[in-house]
Design a protein around this ligand. Structure first.
Ligand SMILES: *Cc1c(COP(=O)(O)O)cnc(C)c1O
Length: 357
């Protein structure tokens, strides 16, 4: 079934993978390709591999399991700190996990021993964004304890920025990560080969040459997929944008008033809507809705189209200023934010069309 579909241009993604790998490689920074933004769709994973990135990371164990079930054997890191109840599956499907709780590492240790495996852990350090991570001193102390657990190997320290608190990575805060790594090495004698300095928002420091010496890994999703850096509100000029396009089919076109007629109650989501009176308006409905994507997260490619709003299954557009002559059954194209890409990839109702060139 096609109807409304998500088009993915694999060449653009492979190209981005190659450029990111090269830019980071020149500075001694290894890249993990983050697959959670596209639900780890295998064709896209392969395109990234073609671009030369070999290591992958995802926050959802189910995505990682699906890749393993297809025979994918590259190294995969679990990004979301592990659930204790899923320790056995974590060890089974992921080679590495990011951690911030000693109790979880004990569970991983137990599970790895039972499976006869060695599971690698990266200790997350809190540097201000206030999502996951231990405070620096706690991280040093816990690495020392965790180093003694059988079945796991502490391979590095890492941090996360620009996710919850919107804190930007800088030379200053990433230097703290490097200091934590040094302290852990001194306290434990561990080699600690991995110092993982964040995601797409850290890419700028690599490109500018301001990344502190010793930060040797980044975990890149958004930049690779969309060529944008939301935390900085930027496009990344040396990457390709528009690898993902939503093509939504028109199911109605009519001239209607811009304000609903009658007494206004609440909309389908319980909000009281407000409307400006712009007179009679040429409107189109496309077959995609809030169950698949939030209307504020998609931007029509045609500059003459404006998204007015959506309910669960219908998105309503003002097409009155467009120079195109749309007809029912045509498709309208949209650019996507990270959130739009994420939910559209996850939606089982949206067909995915992979384009090779
Ligand atoms: C999602 C995620 C990333 C990737 O972030 P982008 O901004 O998409 O590059 C990196 N690290 C962790 C822990 C994540 O959860």
């Amino acid at each position: 079934m096609e109807g409304t579909y998500l088009e993915v241009r694999l060449r653009k993604i492979a190209e981005n993978a190659s450029r990111i790998r090269e830019a980071c490689g020149r500075r001694g920074v290894d890249v993990l390709a983050v697959t959670k933004g596209f639900a780890a769709i295998p064709e896209i994973v392969r395109a990234i591999e073609e671009g030369g990135i070999r290591r992958f990371a995802d926050s959802r164990l189910m995505n990682i399991k699906a890749l393993r079930d297809q025979g994918f054997s590259n190294e995969i890191t679990l990004l979301r700190i592990p659930m204790i109840s899923l320790a056995a599956q974590t060890v089974r499907y992921a080679d590495v996990s990011l951690n911030s709780e000693y109790a979880a590492m004990e569970a991983l240790s137990e599970a790895a021993r039972a499976a006869g495996k060695v599971h690698q852990v990266v200790m997350m350090v809190e540097l201000g964004d206030l999502r996951e991570g231990m405070l620096p001193l706690e991280a040093v102390y816990t690495c020392k304890k965790a180093a003694k657990l059988p079945g796991i190997r502490v391979v590095g320290v890492g941090t996360n920025m620009g996710c919850y608190g919107g804190i930007l990575p800088t030379q200053d805060n990433l230097s703290v990560l490097r200091l934590v790594a040094q302290a852990v090495r001194e306290e434990t004698g561990l080699a600690l080969p991995v110092v993982s300095g964040g995601g797409t928002s850290s890419l700028k420091l690599v490109y500018d040459g301001t990344m502190p010496e010793g930060i040797n890994q980044l975990r890149i999703g958004e930049g690779l997929l969309l060529g944008t850096d939301t935390t900085r509100g930027d496009v990344i000029p040396w990457l390709e944008q528009n690898a993902f396009t939503l093509r939504a089919e028109i199911v109605e076109i009519k001239d209607k008033p811009s304000r609903p007629i009658g007494e206004i109650g609440r909309d389908a989501f319980g909000n009281i809507p407000e409307f400006a009176d712009e007179g009679i308006m040429r409107r189109a409905i496309v077959a995609v809705g809030k169950q698949d994507v939030q209307p504020a997260e998609i931007t029509p490619v045609d500059p003459g189209i404006r998204v007015l709003g959506a309910s669960s299954d219908h998105t309503i557009l003002n097409i009155g200023n467009s120079e195109q002559h749309y007809r029912v059954g045509d498709r309208i194209s949209f650019r996507l934010s990270y959130a739009a890409m994420l939910t559209l990839c996850t939606s089982g109702y949206i067909a995915k069309k992979m384009v090779r060139e």
